[in-house]
Design a binder for this molecule. Sequence first.
Ligand code: FE
Length: 172
Amino acid sequence: MLYLIMSKIKKYYLYIISGILFFGIVYNTPNSNKKEEKNMNKTVKTDKEWKDCLTPEEYKILREKGTEMAFTGKYYKHKEEGVYICAGCGDNLFSSKTKYDSGTGWPSFWEPISGDKIKEEIDKSLPFVRTEILCNNCGGHLGHVFNDGPNPTGLRYCINSVSLDFKPKEDK
Ligand code: FE
């Protein structure tokens, strides 16, 4: 008798647990999807994941805010038409239409492809304060922006070639 009662309780207990798990899964799934949707447009990676997908040079500059030697980068003399994208996440950053020769030895642009593609931060790593430029999507370090650029903006976005990849303009 006691055994029968115990086995019934066990059965109901199992039903209750299964019910809780079932509703837990059903009602939690949409919430977790919502959380993913919020971050959908941002590339978020751990330090190890960045190390695994970037070359040591890219990691040094993009993730550790390094600077390539002037006149050594693959894009400072580059003149093709197209779009310069982030080497970390592939987001569009600068159009070749805004690229100019600043004489500094780094690829220079007078404007990003759109304001929301880059993020600015104050950089106090040198005795004088600079404005650091980062990719707004993945947080990768790109370079700095200065006030000695040409018209129409008067700005000079001084960018490491290593932080960039290039997408040539498609002929139509
Ligand atoms: Fe990026």
